[in-house]
Design a protein around this ligand. Structure first.
Ligand code: HPA
Ligand code: ZN
Length: 319
């Protein structure tokens, strides 16, 4: 079966594209001491037990990102890889708060990532979606939103990520309302490790237009019916789900169930440098492991195009 090329990537964290080789190179460039003997020692730490275990390494490795140029380098490397996968539109997550503790301010992060995006390969469109960290105080998210809006860097939307269990979305209602008033699109991670109730709360309290992951929505039949009726896009990341043990194996992934329930699911990569593959790898892996039909593969690709925050002209080009 020929694969439909994954034209649209809607769920990728730029810091999650930091490949081990680039971590080592940036550590040298910035004279940052890493607690790893060598590349193999770093690679040996990628066997995760859950989301928090992954997040510990993900945040620790960000120590090598110091200057705007580091963020630009990382972003350019990702876009080149995405172009090789056939991606023509990217909505890129970034975690500004994750850099504040090292004294790397919001303007440096945004300036660097947006400089990288400005060098996107010909024919590729991009948008930037900073995410608030749900395991940090809502007041901090409020300050970060001020800094985001003051930066002058064009933003597509805001999201919500980091450790989900015990961190329901509702605390961020005010900051999401402010972001919406500022004209930003709204998304949130929900139902990755957290319960279906968090998906409901993200929709009802934050007013998100798209849900990142959402696999645990399947535990609530009324919610599934609503998500299908309202055609709420769910950006599913199969290799991530397996590596973070949200799902036992790829062959046991609920993607076919979600498609069968009429949910607007699409397939994405999350943190490709950590989870064993970019969006093309994720598509190939689910096609093989789940024996998807040609029609199902087409639906996944088409759902991604329909879920993108683009105007009608661009959507028609991506179809
Ligand atoms: N889940 C939640 N937060 C994240 C992730 C993820 O998979 N990757 C980066 N931040
Ligand atoms: Zn994610």
């Amino acid at each position: 079966m020929t694969a439909t090329p994954p034209a649209v990537e809607l769920h990728v964290h730029v810091e999650g594209t930091l490949e081990p080789e680039l971590i080592m190179a940036l550590a040298e460039r910035n004279r940052v001491e890493l607690p790893y003997a060598d590349l193999d020692d770093l690679r040996a730490r990628y066997a995760f037990t859950d989301l928090s275990h992954f997040l510990d390494l993900y945040y620790a490795n960000m120590a090598v990102l110091r200057e705007a140029e580091d963020f630009a380098t990382m972003t350019r490397a990702y876009l080149e890889r995405a172009a090789r996968a056939g991606v023509r539109h990217v909505e890129l997550f970034v975690d500004p708060q994750a850099h504040l503790a090292r004294g790397v301010g919001v303007p440096v992060v945004l300036e660097g990532v947006s400089a990288g995006l400005a060098d996107a390969p010909a024919g590729m469109t991009t948008g930037l979606i900073p995410c608030f960290l749900r395991d940090r105080p809502a007041e901090e998210a409020d300050e970060v939103l001020d800094a985001l809006l003051a930066s002058g860097v064009p933003l597509l939307g805001v999201g919500l990520d980091s450790a989900e269990a015990g961190n329901p979305p509702g605390r961020f209602a005010d900051v999401f309302a402010r972001a919406r008033a500022a004209g930003l699109r709204l998304v949130a991670h929900a139902g990755e490790e957290g319960p279906a109730a968090y998906v409901r709360e993200a929709l009802d309290v934050l007013g998100v237009e798209r849900v990142d992951h959402g696999i645990r929505a399947l535990e609530d039949q009324a919610l599934v019916t609503r998500l299908a009726e309202e055609a709420v896009p769910l950006t599913v990341c199969p290799l991530s789900n397996v590596r973070l043990r949200a799902v036992r194996t790829l062959a046991a992934h609920p993607l076919p169930l979600m498609l069968g329930a009429g949910l607007a699911v699409s397939v994405h990569s999350d943190d490709p440098a950590y989870f064993g593959g970019y969006v093309d790898d994720n598509h190939r892996a689910v096609m093989e492991a789940l024996h998807l039909t040609r029609a199902q593969v087409h639906t996944l690709a088409s759902n991604a195009v329909e879920a993108a925050f683009v105007d009608d002209t661009r959507r028609a080009e991506l179809r």
